[in-house]
Design a protein around this ligand. Structure first.
Ligand SMILES: [Zn+2]
Length: 351
């Protein structure tokens, strides 16, 4: 089905459920479920001003979502939610998750959750805490916060041996969504090691200081332990946030089992759940899923929409990435199982 038509039908169905009150009936008829919501940051200029807007929610926007869903569903962590589903007890659930391990999660998110008597699962990249290193996307965002896309593309091309990639970036810089198009090329069309080296050169040529950027953006071990002590769950998000698909088995093991070992060492507590970096199905392959199972994780989360039930594949847990533009009627429709109901009828409007 054409994407635009799907979007229109999705909006119509969600409005019908939400504004007619039909969602109450669907919620009762559909099996118990957990809706996992995903985000990265809560807006805080000092902590995350240089990150793109679609990685941040306003405190008021996030509070509205949690208050609304919290009236009907139990707000939980992912692992506690999976346990409740398996045990077949309680209400349907909503689990908020935040990826990467940003400092605002302690400065802004945790106090907000405490006020709402809510909790969340935070997925942490262990190299940021262990080595104070940021993954390549942060050097990229930092540069785009300072120089226009076309200048970035030109500078990258002069430092990079890969002419084809340089040309893709130059073309992306004049596209409709330059930041997105160039990031996509850097993610899927570059050799990962070569890209990391080149970005680091451009970053340093502009006076970038990786340690200072990491201190500004990321949690520390002390922060992570404090979040856990406050009742949040800490999950793994690999060591250095690569696209896992296509990595050799040894690197997959280092990134996946290595992250679990690092987090358990840093926290002094078990870590049972993981979220795949980037999280689309094509970012993960059978080898990566096998490595998640072999590392002993209870499951791992994607960024494909849907809800989770007792019979869901633990290595492909669905999650809905939200931001301030997510309409309330879509949230209501997904949480009540409205899109699951259509899926059972053979119509997948979820994304
Ligand atoms: Zn991530």
């Amino acid at each position: 089905m054409k994407h635009r038509l799907k979007r229109i039908l999705r909006g119509l169905w969600a409005r019908l459920l939400s504004y007619s009150g039909l969602y109450l009936l669907v919620d009762r008829l559909m099996p118990r479920r957990m809706l996992i919501l995903g985000g990265h940051c809560v807006e805080h200029e000092e902590c995350n001003g240089c990150l793109p807007g679609d990685m941040k929610m306003s405190p008021a926007g996030l509070e509205a979502v949690l208050r609304r869903l919290g009236r009907r569903y139990e707000l939980t962590t992912v692992t506690a939610g999976l346990e409740a589903l398996a045990a077949g007890r309680g209400r349907s659930l909503v689990a908020l998750t935040m990826d990467d391990g940003y400092r605002d999660n302690r400065e802004v998110l945790q106090p907000l959750l405490a006020e709402l008597d809510a909790t969340a699962t935070i997925f942490i990249e262990s190299a940021a805490l262990d080595e104070r290193k940021v993954n390549w996307t942060h050097k990229y965002f930092w540069l785009l916060d300072r120089i226009p896309p076309a200048e970035f593309a030109r500078e990258y091309a002069t430092h990079c041996a890969d002419e084809r990639l340089g040309a893709l970036l130059v073309a992306g810089a004049v596209g409709a969504r330059p930041a997105y198009e160039m990031k996509r090329a850097l993610k899927y069309d570059a050799d990962q090691a070569e890209r990391d080296r080149t970005l680091d050169e451009v970053f340093r040529a502009h006076g970038g200081d990786e340690r200072a950027l990491c201190d500004r953006l990321y949690l520390t071990w002390e922060d992570a332990r404090a979040l856990r002590a406050a009742g949040l769950e800490i999950g793994a998000h690999t060591v250095s946030h690569p696209v896992l698909a296509g990595l050799d088995p040894k690197r997959q093991e280092e990134e996946i089992a290595g992250a679990r070992r690092a987090l358990e060492r840093g926290l002094g507590a078990p870590v049972d759940i993981m979220a795949y970096p980037f999280g689309r199905h094509w970012d993960v392959d059978d080898g990566a899923r096998a490595a998640v199972a072999a590392a002993g994780f209870r499951g791992s989360i994607t960024t494909h929409a849907g809800t989770v039930g007792p019979g869901s594949d633990p290595l492909r847990l669905a999650r809905w990435m939200i931001d301030d533009r997510t309409p309330a009627h879509l949230l209501v429709a997904e949480a009540c199982g409205g899109f699951d109901l259509l899926r059972r009828l053979g119509l997948d409007l979820s994304e």
